[in-house]
Write a protein that binds this ligand. Structure first.
Ligand SMILES: Nc1nc2c(ncn2[C@@H]2O[C@H](COP(=O)(O)OP(=O)(O)O)[C@@H](O)[C@H]2O)c(=O)[nH]1
Ligand SMILES: Nc1ncnc2c1ncn2[C@@H]1O[C@H](COP(=O)(O)OP(=O)(O)O)[C@@H](O)[C@H]1O
Length: 195
């Protein structure tokens, strides 16, 4: 097992669906050369989603087997589908890069915080309900998926106060800029500590 270093960082993008976590995370990830830890999921891919890029799409049987082998650090059921993060994927990524990012709901963010403590920085993104609904409709998501997401909206919004930082996302460039500045402070602090 890889022993985590003090300065290893786990960046968790959380907040309601449609708040822009994926878009912002990709941009910020590129800026800092951070890799995404990809979840395993039992839901079928949506049009345009790529296996191994958006998710590892696996069958219920394969998921159950991984679960029985204790491969998941956290595993949750959302709208009838299972989502899990493999512990080894986080550790291998940290070993190579010293930082990783993930996109998850409040349950996953909470579990990671409990396990990894100060190494976890939770970035909460949000926009008002109508905006996220419009974005998801524009994205072409099925009505039942949008309805399920909106059904989780209030619970996800309630997690804001638990996160280390929160960002309203209406202007993608601005949000990305603010998050980059926030993370730079963490990364610079580590450089200074190292000296
Ligand atoms: N706790 C947890 N949440 C996850 C994981 N992977 C994805 N999620 C979040 O769970 C929700 C899944 O909803 P889904 O309809 O599949 O949305 P999408 O995959 O973001 O388009 C999203 O908010 C994801 O960000 C995971 O491994 N653990
Ligand atoms: N600030 C923004 N302004 C307008 N559209 C946005 C903004 N941020 C994200 N989007 C769009 O909203 C949709 C949902 O964003 P996404 O990053 O997939 O959200 P999440 O991962 O939180 O579900 C995408 O089509 C994305 O391009």
């Amino acid at each position: 097992m890889y022993e985590l270093k003090d300065r290893d960082k786990i960046i968790v993008f959380t907040g309601p669906d449609g708040s822009g976590r994926k878009s912002v995370a990709e941009a910020v990830g590129q800026t800092f050369g951070m890799e995404k830890v990809i979840s395993f999921v039992t839901r079928p891919p949506r049009p345009g989603e790529v296996n191994g890029q958006d998710y590892h799409f696996i069958t219920h049987e394969a998921y159950r087997e991984m679960e029985q082998n204790s491969e998941f650090l956290e595993s949750v059921e959302i709208s009838g589908n299972f989502y899990g993060i493999r512990g080894l994927d986080i550790e291998e990524n940290l070993y190579q890069n010293g930082c990783v990012y993930l996109i998850m709901n409040h349950e996953g963010a909470n579990i990671l915080k409990k396990i990894y403590g100060d190494k976890v920085i939770r970035l909460f993104l949000y926009a008002d309900r109508r905006t996220v609904e419009e974005r998801e409709r524009k994205l072409g998501l099925a009505e039942e998926v949008i309805a399920a997401h909106l059904g989780h909206y209030d619970v996800e919004m309630g997690y804001r106060g638990s996160c280390e930082h929160a960002f309203e996302n209406y202007d993608l460039g601005q949000t990305t800029y603010e998050i980059t500045n926030t993370l730079e402070i963490y990364f610079q602090r580590d450089l200074i500590d190292k000296d």
